[in-house]
Design a protein around this ligand. Structure first.
Ligand code: PLP
Length: 399
């Protein structure tokens, strides 16, 4: 008789954004005349930029001509895209990453969820709390339960301390979702040194790299000496180039990154990932990769820098609105997220419901990102300026 994977029973009831979406929908059904401003789910609102559209259009035409038609793409991504990624995201910053170390993918969500397949089932994990839920859930689905949560709260300036027990696999995300906090070079070096000492691997999610505006904040973990021996980095075009619906990302697995099997034989994680990807995926569409190429051109980068600036300005407007309510917050500087404390006497979900019913604003309750997120709330700078301004005006009703 068929039986399910029992690990699913260990997951929390439903995916966070499914639950918030459900509550918003119910509210809207009961109040059809009210317009809810959605500052909850981190989805972009500005259209794709002209350079990306030009790349997509060109590829669509090429696909209609026998000579330029493309079948299955290479598993690792087209060389034209991996080359320009290396140039713009790494060599331009003095980091030596080669195209063979880049794997183009459909999303950082997929890759951060799937990467755990490379590692043994009994390893110890260190995961920040609050956290992007995918890291935890993907490990629970795989049956892992040795997880040390690293609290990130006001006392720790929303940065994780080193694990108390030796960790084997460490998940870091900077600039962080949900807290919006960024990490400086010294802070990140501490983690690279730790991983080198403990023979651990760091999974560094840099999905929000393009929001970094302050000096002294590393754009890549490979800016830190020795990181290429201990870290995998994830990048995404979702928030950098409006690709949430178009889907393209990439993962860097340096050739120097090795991990042993139980007999102590060391294996290249780059080769293992290629083996995994070539078994389970048929790559990313040519049309999408041509659109992504448009983003990496100089013109494309400039166009998208302006869009990211727009979201950052939105976030700082929300931050000012939150501060006017007397609530503390962090984020919004190198990140589209504002992470604020909830008013006294309310928990995160109560604040969600109150904000929805009194101000008609949908946010995300911090407790959905982990137990240390209780008492906090996430608002995003993704949205039209008019809506952001209106949301800030509506916030006054909370006073
Ligand atoms: N990593 C983090 C921290 C995110 O916040 C998100 C999206 O919200 C992702 C990864 C997913 O990115 P993608 O759209 O490339 O799957």
């Amino acid at each position: 008789m068929i039986r399910i994977n029992e690990n699913f029973n260990a997951l929390q009831g439903s995916y966070l954004f499914y639950e918030t979406g459900k509550r918003v929908k119910e509210f809207q059904q009961k109040n059809p005349d009210i317009r809810v401003i959605k500052l909850g789910i981190g989805d972009v609102t500005e259209p794709l930029s002209p350079s990306i559209i030009a790349g997509l259009k060109e590829a669509v035409s090429e696909m209609g001509v026998r000579e330029t038609f493309q079948g299955y793409p290479p598993y690792e991504g087209y060389e034209f895209l991996r080359n320009i990624i290396c140039e713009t995201d790494f060599r331009a910053r003095g980091i030596n990453i080669s195209p063979g170390e880049i794997f183009v993918s459909t999303g950082a969500k997929e890759d951060t969820a799937n990467i755990q397949e490379l590692f043994s089932g009994d390893i110890k994990l260190a995961i920040t709390d609050p956290v992007y839920p995918v890291y935890v859930d993907s490990n629970i689905m795989a049956g892992r339960n040795k997880i040390e949560y690293l609290p990130c709260n006001a006392e720790s300036n929303f940065l994780p301390g080193l694990p108390s027990e030796d960790a084997d696999l460490i998940y870091l995300c900077f600039p962080n979702n949900p807290t919006g906090q960024a990490i400086d070079r010294a802070g990140l070096k501490k983690w690279v040194d730790y991983a080198r000492q403990k023979k651990a691997v760091i999974l560094f999610d840099a999905a929000y790299e393009s929001y970094i505006r302050e000096e002294g904040i590393p754009h890549s973990i490979y800016e830190i000496d020795g990181a290429e021996e201990v870290a995998i980095e994830f990048r995404s075009l979702s928030k950098a180039a409006g690709f949430t619906g178009t889907r393209c990302s990439y993962t860097v697995i340096p050739d120097k990154l090795m991990a042993p099997d139980k007999s102590g034989v060391r294996h290249s994680l780059n080769k293992l990932w290629l083996r995994r990807q070539s078994t389970k995926s048929n790559g990313v569409a040519y049309i999408i990769q041509k659109g992504a190429y448009g983003y990496f051109t100089e013109k494309g980068r400039l166009e998208n820098m302006k869009i990211v600036d727009y979201y950052l300005e939105n976030a700082s407007i929300i931050g000012r609105g939150i501060a006017a309510l007397g609530l503390n917050y962090c984020g919004g500087v190198n990140s589209p997220y504002i992470w604020c404390s909830v008013p006294e006497g309310l928990n995160s979900w109560q604040f969600f419901d109150e904000l929805l019913s009194r101000c008609n604003i949908a946010g995300t309750p911090g407790s959905g990102f982990g137990s240390c997120g209780e008492g906090y709330f996430r608002l995003t700078g993704f949205g039209k300026r008019q809506d952001i301004n209106e949301a800030v005006e509506r916030l006054v009703k909370f006073k």
